[in-house]
Design a protein around this ligand. Structure first.
Ligand code: BG6
Length: 796
């Protein structure tokens, strides 16, 4: 009887035993490295040099290598280019010229060029490798395929490798991929799915070359080695802010076809700076070398990131950019690009360790200097009695305390880790040494002598570091699919919301003064220097604000307050505070009902920041309306209130009354009687169900609260709180009814922006027609209605 299965098993067992013998003798097997895109820029600049470095480090340890440069270029031409690149390779400083020539010769003999175009070419390469391994009487340890090609070529190459060029059983396959890994969350998912159909997750090494920069690669080991000292410092209780910065002097000239599609956020923040953020913010794994633990902890950081909003970022563009795009991409004369070349973004990590600590991410092209660093600035609570001249760097608790991972360039000219001397003396792993910087140098506001400065004994470029890590299977230095998608999920909503935002223009070069300085407050970023507004006069004499105030002091027979947006908000905030003080004096409590949406955000921020006498402890906060989404959803009105106001003021929890849209794990189900429950709460707590102040907005269709035209719910009748339908998503809403709003002592309607111009004009003329324009039904029975409109809503 034939038993092929038995013979095959026997053969495999014999092979494995043989392999075991070879391994036991210290022979590490053959590794082939295939560099796809071997004649391209990245390969020329870094990758061949990195492979040479790998050879120098590992060949002496029993490994056997072959290097296969590959590209679409015809064989002869490709061979010539590769030969030139190999000729230009350099050796480490401590290698003599003769030895260097010898080593380069060895490396050149192990390297060859292949034209790889068709599946047959890949099959032929596979045969070549197998024959080579056999000729040398070796076993195959593994194959590395380095994709230094544009992502549109990934799928075809992946298919060919998977179909015709995988190593045999027992040998590993590692494919190395270069960014961009998608353009947004959706395209990243698609690309990940495509690659996932050819390769297993453990086979893929996605490169973020910043993870190979020595100072970045040092973040986790540094935190690990200094656990004891940092345990007490690395948290919101001690860290004032974290800055993660990559400034460049180069611009995007010559690369605009790429840059125009990506812009600085996709190019640098979504990947390099976000990776660094996770290394700084993650809970330190017990074993910082475990890629599973590092990935798990990274994902926890992503989960804790607070969603970004439009106001989380400031954008700039160097002045020559649009012209470069017109020239390189043949755009028409009037074309203006909106692509940002500079961005500052405020990120918050909402977990127990980091809550409230601003993480500022910043990067830009054509700036005044080339510098990259992560700066962790600690709070300073000390008060020193001696005069400043007597403060000693080592001891004075009054000097700034900071930990800096200096990534490269800048005044220090290379990688370094700096720790203020008044903090602690850090331990650093092998390969780093204490160093002095150039005399007289000041960094981050202090002389360099204030810091313990550590630098690598031997500087290595990022690609050499990463190639060595690929060889050693150190997946913790690469981007796993899950973490890539989490990063895109975090950045995509911001990118969408900024898509039509015009960036601030800056001159480019050293001379942009303070134009790009930015600051944060109330969870938002803004440029520190206001750009002079240019008002373009229309035909005839344009009305001036003062004309306007004289012309219109009332609106729909109610008092009208008008001003530019900022002044208007200040006035409204002052009026709300005055109403609060009056109500508390009268009844001991102030019941304020607030609407959601974007207009009140500025008011919330103003109240949160500037109104210290506000009687928050006596204030009850109610919602005018809510979307039928969970309260933690970014679309929720309560979430906006939480972000822009509640986080910053001290309102007792029992005085905060979100609308019960989410009950019994359902959203706005009639049978859950959420609207009735809210009405009961109001009746129980608010005397006569009459709010002291209701803040409303006005939609471009005349809706107010969540009372919409042509939808009768809430316009009249008994119910104080109703479920309604919005014409746009999220459709289901809960809202105070008009009868309840009209019981209030005071109603303020805030109308801002030129998009409201048309409706403001229309509503000024119509009578009481709530079915067409619900806002026209706002007529407090015995209270007062005040309109707050900015000039844009009026003047358009
Ligand atoms: C790349 C970006 O990923 O990083 C470039 O695409 C940027 O725009 C570069 O210039 C910065 O890297 P490095 O190593 O030069 O600091």
């Amino acid at each position: 009887m034939r038993r092929p299965g038995f013979w095959r098993m026997l053969l495999v067992a014999v092979c494995m035993a043989l392999l075991g013998c070879l391994r036991a003798q210290g022979l590490q097997g053959h590794v082939s490295v295939v560099l796809l895109g071997a004649t391209g820029d990245l390969a020329k600049k870094y990758l061949w040099q990195g492979l040479f470095q790998l050879y120098l480090e590992e060949a002496g340890k029993g490994h056997n290598f072959s290097f296969h440069g590959a590209a679409l270029t015809a064989t002869e031409q490709g061979q010539e280019v590769v030969a030139k690149i190999l000729e230009a390779l350099s050796c480490p400083k401590d290698v003599t010229p003769d030895r260097c020539t010898e080593l380069k010769g060895q490396f050149q003999r192990l390297s060859q060029y292949h034209q790889l175009k068709t599946t047959e070419d890949y099959a032929a390469l596979n045969k070549d490798i197998e024959a080579l391994v056999q000729r040398q009487g070796l076993w195959e340890a593994g194959r590395i395929f380095y994709f230094s090609v544009p992502p549109f070529a990934y799928a075809d190459i992946a298919r060919s490798i998977n179909g015709s060029c995988r190593p045999g059983p027992g040998a590993w396959l590692r494919v190395v991929l270069e960014k961009p890994f998608g353009h947004n969350h959706q395209s990243a998912q698609q690309l990940a799915a495509d690659l996932g159909s050819f390769f297993h997750e453990e086979e893929m090494y996605r490169v973020d070359h910043y993870l190979g920069k020595q100072a970045v690669a040092q973040i986790l080991p540094f935190r690990d080695q200094n656990r004891k000292a940092l345990d007490g410092l690395w948290s919101r209780h001690h860290v004032e802010r974290v800055e993660i910065v990559l400034k460049e002097t180069v611009d995007a000239e010559g690369r605009t076809s790429f840059y125009e599609e990506y812009g600085v956020i996709r190019d640098v923040l979504q990947n390099h700076l976000t990776e660094i953020l996770t290394l700084v913010a993650m809970e330190l794994p017990f074993d910082v070398g475990s890629s599973e633990a590092v990935l798990r902890h990274k994902l926890q950081v992503f989960q804790a990131l607070r969603g970004l909003r439009r106001g989380s970022a400031v954008l700039g563009q160097y002045q020559a950019y649009s012209e470069q795009v017109r020239r390189e991409l043949h755009k028409p004369a009037g074309f203006l690009s909106l692509t940002p070349t500079f961005a500052g973004v405020l990120v918050h990590v909402d977990n127990l360790r980091w809550e409230g600590v601003p993480f500022l991410l910043m990067s830009g092209k054509a700036l005044d200097e080339r510098a990259g660093y992560v700066r962790v600035l600690l709070r300073n609570r000390a008060c020193c009695v001696q005069s400043e001249a007597r403060w000693a760097a080592e001891q004075s608790a009054c000097l700034p305390r900071q930990v800096v991972f200096h990534i490269g360039h800048g005044a220090l000219g290379g990688p370094a880790v700096l720790v203020s001397r008044n903090l602690f003396r850090p331990a650093l792993p092998r390969g780093w040494e204490e160093a002095a910087g150039p005399p007289g140098l000041r960094l981050f506001g202090r002389p360099l002598s204030d810091f313990h400065v550590y630098r690598p004994e031997r500087e290595q470029d990022a690609y050499s570091v990463l190639i060595s890590r690929i060889f050693h299977g150190r997946k913790d230095s690469f981007i796993a699919t899950e973490s890539l998608l989490a990063s895109w999920a975090f950045w995509t909503p911001l990118l969408d919301s900024l898509a039509r935002e015009a960036p601030r223009l800056y001159p480019g070069g050293a001379d942009h003064g303070h134009l790009l300085d930015f600051e944060f407050s109330g969870g938002q970023l803004s440029f520190s220097v206001q750009q002079a507004e240019q008002l373009v006069p229309g035909p005839g004499s344009a009305p001036t604000p003062s004309d306007f105030q004289v012309l219109k002091a009332t609106y729909r027979d109610g008092p009208l307050v008008t001003a530019w947006a900022e002044e208007l908000i200040a006035k409204l905030a002052g009026d709300v505070e005055a109403a609060a003080v009056r109500a508390v004096r009268r009844s001991g409590q102030f019941h304020l009902a607030l609407s959601g949406g974007s207009s009140p955000v500025a008011l919330f921020q103003q109240l949160a920041m500037g109104h210290y006498a506000f009687p928050w402890a006596r204030t009850h906060l109610w919602l005018v309306d809510e979307r039928c989404v969970p309260l933690w959803d970014p679309e929720s009105n309560f979430q906006g209130l939480q972000t822009h106001l509640l986080q910053h003021v001290r309102v007792p929890h029992y005085n905060v009354h979100p609308m019960p849209v989410h009950r019994h794990r359902r959203l706005c189900a009639e049978e859950d009687r959420g609207a009735e429950a809210y009405a009961e709460d109001i009746a129980a707590l608010v005397a006569n169900s009459s709010f002291d102040l209701v803040l409303l907005g006005m939609g471009a269709d005349g809706h107010t609260a969540s009372l919409f035209p042509q939808s009768p719910a809430g316009l009249e009748g008994e119910p104080l709180v109703v479920l309604t339908e919005s014409p746009s998503g999220p459709r289901r809403r809960m809202s105070l009814s008009l009868p309840l709003i009209n019981r209030a002592r005071r109603v303020a309607v805030l109308v801002m922006g030129r998009l409201k111009r048309e409706i403001a004009l229309l509503v000024s003329r119509v009578g009481h027609e709530p079915r067409k324009w619900p806002i026209s039904g706002v007529r407090p029975a015995s209270g007062q209605l005040v309109w707050y409109m900015d000039y844009e809503a009026f003047l358009g």
